[in-house]
Ligand binder design. Structure first.
Ligand SMILES: NC(=O)C1=CN([C@@H]2O[C@H](COP(=O)(O)OP(=O)(O)OC[C@H]3O[C@@H](n4cnc5c(N)ncnc54)[C@H](O)[C@@H]3O)[C@@H](O)[C@H]2O)C=CC1
Ligand SMILES: C[C@H](O)[C@@H]1OC(=O)[C@H](O)[C@@H]1O
Length: 254
């Protein structure tokens, strides 16, 4: 069953990882897909090729989500190409692992700007377009298990992920009257570029795997079903919610 037939889906940070999988998954579910990407033209082109291989239309728009104008440009180009915006998946993010006591100001500020400010501007731009269209919409923000728990080398990152979920809770209220639903996805540890260096340490990777009752770390494709569900009419009465997709890591105290 195709859950996003006829919809236009926008995904940020979609040239790699979870965003890429979500973009291709949305196309497999019948959506035309517009992706935002930061710098790697070849990866973006490959993602568009994969989208088009499903028979759907795809468009890549380059831009740094930390810049407020990027969001307006992304939404405008999507409307110009495909006429409307039905779903925004706010996914772009960074997590440069660093100790707390000597956290460089630039690392802190960049992480805030990309993850938190970027989400705010993207959600706002998509919502304004959805309100103007007048037929509702769905916003899915990729937050994290890190919205619920801390990380020694993630003191700049975990607040952004809690913030993104909080943004979904407040926008669910602000946008409910326009039939726009806002929900968060909370992935556990998923094998992507964001943690490639961190998990190159065998001991760390083995420890992280041992925390997961389902016995393995996640793959980007594990996020597709939950994102498509939240974006689709199957979730018509779901808003302000958080969907934790972590193989059981969070509940594994002992
Ligand atoms: N991999 C994991 O274990 C988890 C990841 N997440 C979140 O998932 C999201 C996607 O990350 P992954 O797929 O894991 O890693 P990734 O590194 O493959 O994807 C992040 C994407 O965001 C893009 N990006 C970074 N800065 C950008 C900017 N300024 N403007 C536009 N795009 C930008 C990158 O180019 C990349 O394509 C992030 O928000 C991350 O915080 C959440 C929980 C766990
Ligand atoms: C980058 C981390 O490995 C990853 O991202 C998160 O949000 C979680 O903390 C994961 O472990």
């Amino acid at each position: 069953m195709k859950l996003l037939e006829g919809k236009t889906v926008l995904v940020t940070g979609a040239s790699t990882g979870i965003g890429r999988a979500a973009a291709i998954g949305a196309a497999q579910h019948g959506a035309d897909v517009v992706i935002n990407y930061h710098s790697r033209d070849e990866d973006a082109e490959a993602c568009i090729a994969a989208i088009e291989a499903t028979g759907q239309r795809g468009l890549a728009v380059k831009g740094d989500v930390a810049e407020p104008d990027t969001a307006k440009d992304f939404v405008a180009k999507a409307v110009e190409a495909f006429g409307k915006v039905d779903v925004m998946v706010n996914n772009a993010g960074i997590c440069p692992f660093h100790a707390f006591l000597d956290m460089p100001v630039e690392t802190f500020e960049r992480t805030m700007r990309v993850n938190m400010h970027g989400a705010y501007f993207m959600v706002q731009a998509a919502a304004n377009q959805m309100v103007a269209q007048g037929h509702g919409g769905a916003i899915v923000a990729v937050s994290s298990i890190s919205a619920l728990v801390g990380g020694e080398y993630q003191t700049h990152y975990t607040p952004t992920k809690a913030g993104v979920h909080s943004l979904m809770q407040s926008t669910a209220i602000a946008l409910g009257k326009y039939k726009i639903r806002c929900n968060s996805l909370l992935p556990g540890t998923i094998l992507t570029e964001i943690n490639k260096d961190d998990l190159a340490d065998d001991a760390k990777r083995t420890y992280m795997e041992s925390r997961v009752p389902l016995g393995r770390l996640g793959a980007p494709e594990d996020m597709v079903g939950p994102i498509v569900f939240l974006a689709s009419d199957m979730a018509a009465y779901v808003t302000g919610a958080a969907l934790l997709v972590d193989g059981g890591m969070f509940v594994n105290l002992q």
